[in-house]
Design a protein around this ligand. Structure first.
Ligand SMILES: Cc1cc2nc3c(=O)[nH]c(=O)nc-3n(C[C@H](O)[C@H](O)[C@H](O)COP(=O)(O)OP(=O)(O)OC[C@H]3O[C@@H](n4cnc5c(N)ncnc54)[C@H](O)[C@@H]3O)c2cc1C
Length: 483
């Protein structure tokens, strides 16, 4: 019997769950071979990433991929390109190039920050997409408090303690909420920093925050965060970001010690280079069964796919974790149907609502038709993602940790994890070559210590995160070799 080869690209929320679902559906089939390829050997549950900034906790956010999979082949490698004619994926890992042949290709490579929208954002702002970014931001914030503690000049102190989040979409708003809570906690630990010296600014170019969310929810979010002393600047398009400064259209500018860029999504260069039909945002255009409109052996889901909704063909599903999970289920079933010569089924996913994190164990929004707010909303949001934490042992661990977190007073100890990335240290993770500024020895040393710190963190966390530390180290070694 000829074996059908399915290759899944991307071990994030969408790709990992396609592989898991295929394992369940193909239990008795030996004629289908599944390979999952991703650059990291862990899957990140991004909606929980905000916790990693305020708590430095990585176990809750990530799940090691290999132990989840019983029969899927997992390849940890950078995907470089796909030859659609010969049906081969080319990957590279530690300098070794592999060619993986496929009959069906699933593209779940997620998104990258939309740097092109704001000149200077790549070089002069911190991104917020993954665990490394969250740890880098955490270190950066703690650094700011340490630097401000020894700075005498009041203007310099204010600038060091000014934090700007560019982008008032879901990620920017939730990050700002969590950051305000974290800043509050740090202020109670650093006696030389006065609360009135700290400021947090959330900047959005549209006329209101959360332009893609129900206006009633957005209004409640705005009210809540403004009540905490956060400076919200909606209707303020950012023209450029230079080192330590955000420039607005109209000439105004804001100097800040920490600038985070969370504005817009773009597709990765691998997706952009695929010779399939793309929409205006570069996503792969699919039919309602998630099959590429132009290449029948290519399927796509998650952030890199433009999947039409049933209500209007021009409307597509939003780039959300909740949707990527549902898409993964349906897509896996469709792949099985395709191997059996049956036609695939369309995805239908009525929204269960939106819950927006406000920080300090609070959220607001709508869930299953009900308006919820405060701690109850926060709890519903957490519970939803806990259900999707794979394997019950891990789920139990996370649930116990969260319960302890509720019962015990917050531990304000600032654990600084010196991440590899300085604010002006552009990276090549999105597949583009970084500008040619060579890294200084000091930078390289601090990057190496990032990996060591991750190892320490993993050792301190029982049975947790060793895979992450190894992965960070491997990524670090690779970067050092290439620079
Ligand atoms: C900070 C943050 C918070 C969010 N909060 C929420 C939320 O509260 N609710 C919600 O519904 N959604 C949220 N989202 C959106 C949600 O995370 C995405 O919609 C979801 O992750 C999409 O899944 P995906 O599989 O398409 O992409 P991802 O989960 O991003 O996975 C893509 C995978 O592909 C890998 N990859 C990419 N390129 C390559 C390559 N060249 N070689 C090898 N591997 C590669 C990546 O490393 C990654 O593992 C949030 C996103 C972020 C960044």
């Amino acid at each position: 019997v000829r074996t059908t080869k399915i290759v899944v690209l991307g071990g994030g929320i969408g790709g990992t769950h396609v592989a898991l679902e295929l394992e369940r559906l193909l239990k008795r089939r030996t004629d289908v071979e599944v390979t999952l390829v991703s650059r990291d050997d862990f899957c990140t549950m991004t909606p929980l990433l905000f916790d990693a900034v305020s708590h430095g906790e990585i176990r809750h956010v990530t799940a090691p991929i290999q132990p989840l999979l019983a029969r899927t082949r997992f390849v940890r490698a950078e995907i470089e390109r796909v030859d659609l004619i010969r049906r081969v994926v080319f990957t590279r890992s530690d300098g070794i190039v592999q060619a993986l042949a496929y009959d069906h290709l699933v593209v779940a490579l997620g998104s990258v920050p939309f740097y092109e929208r704001v000149p200077g954002s790549r070089e002069n702002a911190l991104p917020f997409k993954d665990v490394e970014d969250a740890l880098a931001l955490r270190s950066r914030v703690i650094d700011a408090f340490e630097r401000a503690s020894i700075e005498r000049d009041p203007r310099r102190r204010e600038q060091i303690l000014r934090f700007v989040v560019v982008g008032g979409g879901l990620v920017g708003v939730e990050l700002a909420g969590e950051l305000s809570h974290f800043l509050e906690r740090l202020a109670s630990v650093y006696p030389d920093v006065r609360r009135e010296e700290i400021s947090l600014h959330l900047v959005e170019s549209a006329s209101r925050l959360l332009p893609d969310v129900d206006p009633a929810i957005a209004r409640r979010v705005e009210k809540s965060i403004a009540g905490r002393g956060m400076h919200v600047r909606a209707g303020s398009p950012v023209e450029a970001i230079t080192p330590g400064e955000v420039h607005f259209e109209g000439g105004e500018s804001l100097a800040a010690g920490t600038i985070v860029y969370a504005s817009g999504l773009a597709v990765s260069p691998v997706v952009a280079s695929l010779a399939v039909e793309h929409d205006a945002r570069g996503r792969i255009v699919t039919d309602r069964a998630m099959r590429s409109a132009s290449e029948r052996r290519v399927w796509a889901l998650g952030d890199n796919a433009a999947i039409p909704t049933p209500d209007a063909p021009w409307r597509t599903y939003a780039p959300l974790a909740e949707l990527a999970l549902r898409e993964a289920e349906v897509l896996a079933r469709n792949l099985v149907r395709a191997t059996e010569g049956e036609s695939p089924e369309p995805i239908v996913h009525p929204s269960r609502g939106t819950l927006v994190l406000l920080g300090d164990r609070k959220a607001v929004g709508q869930f299953l038709g009900l308006r919820v707010r405060g701690s109850l909303a926060w709890f519903c949001r957490r519970a939803f993602y806990l259900v999707h934490v794979t394997r019950w042992q891990r789920r139990l661990r996370v649930a116990l940790d969260w319960t302890l977190d509720l019962l015990l007073p917050a531990d304000p100890a600032p654990l600084r994890v010196p991440a590899r990335q300085a604010q002006n240290d552009p990276r090549s993770r999105d597949g583009r070559a970084p500008p040619s500024t060579p890294r200084s020895r000091a930078q390289r040393i601090s990057m190496r210590s990032a990996s060591r710190a991750a190892v320490l963190l993993a050792t301190a966390a029982p049975r947790g995160g060793g895979y992450l530390a190894r992965s960070l180290e491997r990524r670090q070694e690779k970067k050092e070799t290439s620079s």
